[in-house]
Ligand binder design. Structure first.
Ligand code: BGC
Length: 924
């Protein structure tokens, strides 16, 4: 049996290194940074007291014992001095302006009120210190986008004045941005601070790493994964973002730098791939070797400056316009050097496979509809350290059109719209439009023709999943023993907080009924993700840097090493798959979940996902790629229809997933809440079967997003159409409270009965689920072969049970315990003691309400004597009082109960314990 060691100190060191390699230095005039030993710093901005470790929502709910803020790291640094009198001013002001947590799910403020500074304060600070650091913070997250307002995408007037005054008074001002996604940067031009560091959201080690950069302990090497432009209006997607019903992707494949470098170079403030260093590098392309299959480049990077450092070499391709039209640049390869000392060189080898030269013809204009083709013409390669300055190194002329891969039409739009296409001019390209090709096939007729051959129930042959694992029988023979009811249950995930798996996690799947368990199918466990493990009962976990920061490292080896640690942490917690990486494309800077996702570029997105999977796969666990596909807006996310050309889907929005499946061997994927071209992705056969499995060879499990809607063409989406889901090979409906009882009244069994769903289709999904289980730690456990994970270096956690004032009361069956003005804010807990006259099984009913949205997740965990016994996850209730009941066995006459609120926004009215089965042990 394998024994792994999770070295918490090594984990911490890797996370710190990742943050230090992911923060992007945008500006560093007059060698403002690094700070010399002995520097005195005036730290401005209230964000120094409330560093955001991540964004909000499911991806931000990692319970962490401690987050190191930049302020704390500065205070602990022995060679730096902080201007204490300025800190005192802030601390006094904060007493009357405490941190506003907001109401919880999707209701947190995206920024905090900033302290106005007077000229006197700034001048006083400038006279006492060498350097100013201004910290600006933003968060955003699931279920609520950023807005184009001050306090979100824009800075507030108070923040602008702060930067203006400080930059005016100090010769050296560093603006440190603690943000989830790119924000407006006009102020950088207006006030010209001498240095700007995009620190993103760095998780629990964020502060330490940022101070490593400020002091020069580490030389910055992060690169922008997104273009930063002058204004929101410059984005071609802006007019089509934020609508309730439809998002029309008129910009087509011209997303991010693909648009700006082709059509609007002048709008760019900081180009994609850009990031400064404390040292300088010479980047020389040595050889470009072109074969029919690939181009191989060798590039020598030499550190010509005075600090050690790392550099990222990026290779861009300019395809000819041909008939299809193409952006003037596309990232096709990148590599990062090792740490190079002054004068040291490294030669990197970068490979560009032929597939990167292709464009997808969704119209048939090249004569090869639904094919990846290489059109005739000149293909120019550029090498450099950002998209704008990358220099031309070679041109390959393709004499005639080559068809590289012929596929078939899938996911094409049905709504007519025009899409962007470059129009060549003498000096460059103008924006023009062409009609987007629309769907020409009948997907339902095609699906029916592709149905698997029907299979019959074999009766119970006494076979278990162990027999499959040991090669004694085939998976098909094993599954034929399951009744229709068993199969209808296996495609339902149980959650949230299923008692079958690790407490506080998002779902159990597989063995979710007693019958399925009796067949030896264990319950696999998944947990959010992506930036650390979310366990809603309050279990502490490692909080990782956010996705955007991870992408900014451009360092796949480092990211793989970091996620190997996360893999061990998953194993330690009995979790088979993380609900991440988040892989949606940064189509628009206002998307609330951009912090979870990597980049505007599909190649970088794909490589980062591959790196994370590689790391987790090294230790036998995996990640669930999400959200397939086009989850690019939070507003109305469960009803939004994204109207996108097939080409843009394939070249931009699906491409990262394709890399993660083909190169990263992904075996778990989550679909989205919304629709693509009229069909909700949770039931989208062309995506979940034809592209994902038939074209890419995916052989794992596909799950819905939590409580997603599904539709068959021409029907309204709802949560009942699981037959459509199964037919598409979205294998799991996430989530229901009791899979055996069909609480959502889904239509799986009724569709089997009327023949619109076949048993073979259900068996196919059951097989996908079991295949996942067979390769996961949960199966090792079933076979008695589970690896152990020894954890070293983990700090002791404190137990808060005894830190609170406790009220005592008698537990009377059926009589509500009423709570007045209970603090239910995020992370709060309430302890009460009860004496139960009778021990035994109780129905425990929580009555609560919330004004949050219907997909809000507000978990409350009930602990009995410090053991979690039940978690009640409420969704928004529109202000109506609702109840949830769970069975809890009360063992002891005397009990300490604790309520733990993982996320605020809930009002808890009362809890009623109703005895259902007495243990017949009278108290006393
Ligand atoms: C999110 C998913 C997440 C799931 C489980 C949903 O609200 O969209 O990304 O994994 O909840 O928490």
């Amino acid at each position: 049996m394998t024994t792994y060691t999770l070295d918490w100190d090594a984990y911490t060191a890797l996370a710190r290194k990742t943050v230090a390699e992911g923060a992007v230095l945008l500006k560093n005039d007059n060698q403002t940074l690094p700070l010399a030993a002995g520097t005195t710093i005036s730290a401005f901005g209230r964000n120094q007291f409330n560093y955001y470790k991540s964004g909000t929502g499911s991806g931000g709910m990692v319970n962490v014992s401690h987050v190191v803020s930049p302020l704390e790291a500065l205070q602990h640094h022995s060679d730096l001095t902080l201007n204490q009198s300025l800190l005192d001013v802030y601390e006094a002001w904060l007493e009357d302006h405490p941190f506003d947590k907001g109401e919880g799910w999707a209701a947190e403020p995206w920024s905090q009120e900033e302290m106005p500074v007077t000229d006197e304060i700034v001048a006083g600070a400038a006279s006492q210190s060498d350097v100013a650091i201004v910290m600006i913070g933003r968060t955003a997250g699931e279920d609520r986008d950023n807005t184009a307002d001050p306090g979100s995408y824009l800075l507030t007037d108070v923040e602008l004045t702060l930067i203006e005054k400080v930059s005016g008074a100090f010769p050296k001002t560093v603006v440190l941005l603690n943000v989830g996604n790119v924000i407006d940067m006009q102020w950088a031009l207006d006030f010209n601070p001498s240095a700007i560091l995009y620190g993103w959201q760095g998780g629990m080690e964020g502060g330490n790493a940022l101070v490593d950069l400020l002091t020069g302990e580490v030389t910055p090497s992060g690169k922008l994964p997104d273009t930063i432009v002058r204004s929101l209006e410059a984005y071609p997607s802006t007019p089509y973002f934020g609508h309730e019903d439809r998002a029309i992707y008129k910009e087509d494949i011209y997303v991010g730098y693909r648009y700006f470098e082709t059509f609007a170079k002048d709008d760019v403030l900081y180009p994609f791939g850009f990031g400064l260093s404390y040292t300088t590098f010479d980047v020389a392309t040595e050889t470009v070797d072109m074969t029919e299959q690939q181009v191989t480049l060798t590039v020598t990077v030499t550190n010509t400056g005075t600090h050690s450092g790392k550099e990222v070499v990026q290779v861009y391709l300019e395809k000819p316009q041909g008939k299809l039209g193409n952006p003037s640049r596309g990232l096709v390869a990148f590599a990062k050097t090792q740490l190079l000392e002054t004068g040291q060189s490294e030669t990197l080898t970068l490979t560009v496979p032929l597939t990167e030269y292709t464009s997808y013809d969704d119209a048939g204009v090249t004569g090869h509809k639904s094919s990846y083709v290489i059109e005739a013409g000149d293909y120019h390669l550029y090498v450099g350290t950002d998209v704008r300055t990358a220099a031309h190194v070679a041109t390959q002329t393709i004499g005639q059109l080559q068809v590289i891969e012929t596929l078939s039409e899938n996911m094409a739009p049905v709504t007519a719209f025009d899409r962007l296409k470059p129009q060549q001019t003498e000096t460059g390209y103008d924006v023009s439009y062409e009609a987007t090709p629309l769907r020409t096939i009948d997907p339902e007729a095609r699906r029916l023709a592709e149905r698997p051959a029907e299979r019959t129930y074999s009766d119970d042959q006494g076979l278990t999943l162990k027999d499959v694992s040991e090669g004694k029988t085939s998976l098909d023979v094993f599954l034929d023993q399951l009744t229709d009811e068993d199969l209808a249950a296996i495609v339902r995930g149980e959650g949230m907080n299923s008692p079958r798996v690790t407490p506080g996690t998002a779902a159990a799947f597989g063995g979710v009924t007693d019958r399925l368990t009796a067949f030896g199918i264990p319950a696999a466990c998944c947990a959010d993700g992506p930036s650390g493990i979310r366990m809603d009962i309050g279990t502490k976990a490692f909080s990782l840097p956010n996705g955007t920061l991870v992408a900014s490292t451009f360092n796949v080896d480092l990211v793989a090493d970091l996620f190997e640690m996360t893999g061990l942490e998953l194993r330690k917690n009995g979790i088979d798959t993380l609900l991440g990486p988040g892989m949606n494309i940064h189509r628009h800077p206002l998307n609330g979940r951009n912090f979870e996702y990597f980049s505007e570029d599909p190649h970088l997105t794909g490589m980062m996902a591959v790196a994370q999977l590689d790391g987790m796969h090294r230790v036998g666990v995996t990640g669930t790629l999400k959200h397939l596909s086009a989850n690019n807006q939070e507003f109305h996310r469960h009803d939004l229809d994204s109207i996108v050309s097939e080409r843009a889907l394939r070249e931009i929005y699906l491409k990262g997933f394709e890399h993660a499946v083909k190169r990263g061997q992904a075996y778990a994927i989550m679909t989205t809440y919304g629709a693509v071209n009229g069909l909700w992705t949770a039931g989208l056969y062309d995506q979940n079967t034809r592209i994902l499995r038939d074209e890419w060879g995916f052989d794992g499990v596909v799950m819905t997003d939590w409580w997603a809607k599904i539709n068959a063409e021409g029907t309204d989406a709802n949560r009942q159409q699981t037959a459509t889901m199964v037919r598409s090979q979205n294998d799991l409906y996430m989530v229901v409270g009791e899979p055996g009882a069909n609480p959502f009244e889904d239509d799986t069994l009724s569709s089997l009965a009327d023949g619109t769903l076949t048993r073979a289709e259900l068996l196919r999904s059951a097989a996908n689920i079991c295949q996942f289980i067979l390769r996961s730690p949960v199966m090792e456990r079933t076979l008695g072969q589970e690896a152990t994970v020894d954890v070293t270096g983990l700090p002791e956690e404190t137990d808060d049970l005894h830190e609170q004032a406790v009220t005592h009361q008698q537990l009377q069956s059926g009589v509500p315990i009423v709570f007045d003005e209970l603090d239910t804010s995020t992370g709060s807990s309430h302890v009460f003691a009860v004496t139960a006259e009778e021990t035994g099984m109780y129905h425990v009913t929580f009555e609560a309400r919330s004004y949050a949205g219907e997909l809000a997740q507000m978990p409350v965990t009930l602990f009995a004597n410090n053991m979690p016994v039940a978690t009640f996850t409420f969704n928004g209730t529109d202000g109506e009082w609702v109840t949830q009941t769970k069975d809890v066995f009360v063992f002891n006459p005397h009990n300490y109960f604790k309520l733990y609120f993982a996320l605020g926004g809930l009002e808890l009215k009362n809890i009623t314990f109703t005895l259902t089965e007495s243990f017949h042990m009278k108290n006393g």
